[in-house]
Every structure is written in structure tokens, then in C-alpha cells.
Design a protein around this ligand. Structure first.
Ligand SMILES: *[C@@H]1O[C@H](CO)[C@@H](O)[C@H](O)[C@H]1NC(C)=O
Ligand SMILES: *[C@@H]1O[C@H](CO)[C@@H](O)[C@H](O)[C@H]1NC(C)=O
Length: 289
């Protein structure tokens, strides 16, 4: 009897250890190409990957594993020069009928005009939660780090560690929050010319192509889905994102967050009374962080 208990403990400990992944690195190992392999280049060490959009096709890749909570970082260099109509998606998605999704979408622009970074959260299949900002740097000149922190308490979108958006868990007040469905990480570059730039005014100009975006030095520090949410919800050393201090923004992060909203926010669904006919979604009246 004692031995059985002991063995169970060991097995449990191992599952906890192995259910969390720290992956720093090799695109060939952690991802598969979902779309158009001949439009994907990967450096020989696997640390850097680029995607190409031209008249034939865009391209994309997705993680081999699915995750439930964690933090994901990816360094991205957006399409330089004329990129109007092109869209880069970098997102977590559960791919279920009532899907959960945590999205970064980068919408290109005509030469010299700013990219828009749009974020969105789908919970139980419901989206309509767009926010848009201009970045405070030129995202096509260098690589910058775009991160998602996701735990039971909040989803935080970060750009170079600056929190640009928080979606808090208000499930106790009846607001859907992604917390049951594991998600995989996906990246793609595609033609969004029908809507992306100035509402579809600026279509992709193929004569300015090919359009190339680059990705490198990603880090996936997340709970790998093995069919049992218990391990991913546990507050353990490996699941550091579940620790109490990640339940909300720190004092310093709140300052940065307010700065982004004050100077860089261009659209927030929670301010769009017209669209929601003066009936804004319920979470809009609750605390943001
Ligand atoms: C891959 O490399 C080839 C040869 O240098 C280049 O023509 C092509 O545009 C590159 N594609 C991407 C996705 O970077
Ligand atoms: C593109 O540039 C125009 C003019 O500066 C701006 O209004 C728009 O928000 C920019 N971004 C997109 C994706 O349309």
C-alpha cells in the first residue's frame, strides 16, 4: 500500500514536471508548416524563420503541442516598406466550434505610414473585442518581442514587456474567459486587402512584393496539454504564471499600460457605443486590471 502511494506521488511529480515546457527555440522542432512550405525559409540552426506573401500564396506555421496557460514570447520583424493590405497573425487558438482565441494581428500600410496592431480575444466562440494601437517604434526596422501571458486570472498582451492590453477573468460575473480549451500557437502572413488597411481602401500592391516577415528567438513557457486541466491549473514552480503575483499587473506595469492607452490607443470596442447601440458588452464596465 505504502509503495503504491509512493509510486503515485512520483508519477504525479513527473507529470507536473513534464507537463510544462520551456522551449527556446528551434522552429523545425516545435512547429510544422501549415501552409505553403515553399514560402517559408528557416535558418540552418532553426532559430529564425521568415514567411513570404506573393501573388501565389501566403504562408503559415503552427505549434506541434497545445497549451493551457503560460507565457509565449516571439520576436517579430514586420514587412518593411510598402505592406498595405498584408496581415500577420500571431495567435493562440483552440480551433473548436466554440473557439477560444488570443490574437495579435499586424495590419500593414502604404510606405511610410504606420502599422496597426490589433488584438482580439475570443471566448466560447464570441469575439468582437478588438483593440487597436499604433506602436511607439517602427516595427519593420528591427525585431521586437510580442508576448502573451495567460493564466486563470488574466490575459496580458505585451510589446517589449509593455502591457498593451489586459483581459481580466470576470467569469464570476458571467463573462466568458478562455480557461478550459487548450490552444495551439499559430503564425501566418496573408492577404487581408479586403479590410486590413484603411478599411480595405489600400489593397495589396503585388508590384511592391514579395512581402516578407521574420520571426526568431521565440520562447514557449507553457503547460503542455495532456488531456487533464488539473496539472495546468496547479500553482507549482513550473507553472510560475499561476503564482499570485501574476494575478494582476504590477504598479509599474499599470503605469506603462496607462501610457499606452493614453498615447497609442486608436480603437477600443469598449468605447464604440455606436457599434453596440449603446449596449456595450458587460466586461466594459468592469475593472480592466
Ligand atoms: C527564401 O530564400 C530565397 C532565396 O534567398 C528567397 O528568394 C525567398 O524570398 C526567401 N523566402 C522567404 C520566405 O524569406
Ligand atoms: C495607415 O496610414 C493611415 C494614414 O496615416 C492611417 O490612417 C491608418 O490607420 C494606417 N494603418 C492602417 C492599417 O490602415
Amino acid at each position: 500500500m505504502k509503495t503504491i502511494v509512493f509510486i503515485c506521488l512520483i508519477v504525479n511529480a513527473f507529470q507536473v514536471t513534464f507537463s510544462s515546457l520551456v522551449s527556446v527555440g528551434d522552429f523545425n522542432k516545435d512547429f510544422f508548416v501549415t501552409w505553403s512550405p515553399d514560402h517559408v525559409n528557416t535558418s540552418s540552426d532553426g532559430h529564425e524563420r521568415s514567411l513570404r506573401l506573393d501573388q501565389q500564396s501566403g504562408a503559415g506555421f503552427a505549434s506541434n503541442d497545445m497549451f493551457l496557460f503560460g507565457q509565449i514570447d516571439m520576436q517579430i520583424k514586420l514587412v518593411p516598406g510598402h505592406s498595405a493590405g498584408t496581415v500577420i497573425g500571431y495567435y493562440l487558438t483552440s480551433d473548436q466550434p466554440n473557439r477560444d482565441e488570443i490574437d495579435f494581428e499586424f495590419m500593414g500600410n502604404v510606405s511610410g505610414q504606420p502599422y496597426i496592431l490589433q488584438t482580439n480575444v475570443f471566448a466560447d466562440g464570441f469575439d468582437d473585442r478588438e483593440e487597436r494601437i499604433y506602436l511607439w517604434f517602427d516595427p519593420t526596422k528591427d525585431f521586437h518581442t510580442y508576448s502573451i501571458l495567460w493564466n486563470l486570472h488574466q490575459i496580458v498582451f505585451l510589446v517589449d514587456k509593455v502591457p498593451i492590453r489586459v483581459y481580466k477573468n470576470h467569469a464570476d460575473k458571467g463573462i466568458a474567459f478562455p480557461r478550459w480549451q487548450p490552444m495551439s500557437l499559430k503564425v501566418s502572413l496573408w492577404d487581408g486587402g479586403s479590410w486590413a488597411t484603411r478599411g480595405g481602401h489600400d489593397k495589396v500592391d503585388w508590384s511592391k512584393g514579395p512581402f516578407i516577415a521574420s520571426f526568431r528567438n521565440y520562447k514557449i513557457d507553457a503547460c503542455v496539454w495532456k488531456g487533464n486541466p488539473r496539472f495546468c491549473r496547479a500553482d507549482s514552480n513550473t507553472n510560475w504564471w499561476n503564482k499570485e503575483r501574476f494575478n494582476g499587473l504590477t504598479w509599474y506595469q499599470r503605469r506603462l499600460f496607462r501610457w499606452v492607452r493614453k498615447y497609442h490607443l486608436i480603437y477600443d470596442y469598449c468605447q464604440d457605443n455606436q457599434r453596440f447601440k449603446n449596449n456595450l458588452p458587460k466586461e466594459c464596465s468592469l475593472s480592466k486590471f
